[in-house]
Design a protein around this ligand. Structure first.
Ligand SMILES: [Zn+2]
Length: 107
């Protein structure tokens, strides 16, 4: 797996854990959050900037629903500012920017 994908996967996992803990009061990911995390991971793996990505028309991964995208953005807005204190700002910001940017590109 591409190292960049690995790093981003880790970030998204951290964000989901934090979000579920704070908002849903759950020490482990609840069903909703788990689904969202899986969705986000699939999304990372289809990043158009990563080598060896299948061409969209050949890709068997479903495209992303608006609903899921909104949920992810909400998670980022909620926990992003909190995580800046525990994680380096540029990593988080890079990820955030890239994700939003990709959203615009795909839709
Ligand atoms: Zn949750």
């Amino acid at each position: 797996m591409h190292s960049r994908v690995r790093r981003e996967k880790r970030i998204v996992q951290l964000m989901m854990n934090k979000y579920c803990e704070d908002i849903h009061n759950s020490s482990t990911l609840c069903t909703d959050c788990n689904e969202l995390l899986e969705y986000a991971e699939r999304r990372l793996l289809t990043c158009p900037y990563i080598e060896n990505k299948p061409v969209c028309s050949n890709c068997d991964i479903h495209c992303y629903s608006k609903n899921q995208k909104e949920k992810i953005k909400k998670v980022m807005r909620t926990v992003g500012p909190k995580m800046i204190y525990t994680h380096t700002l540029d990593t988080l910001w890079y990820f955030f920017y890239k994700f939003i940017h990709k959203n615009q590109k795909i839709t």
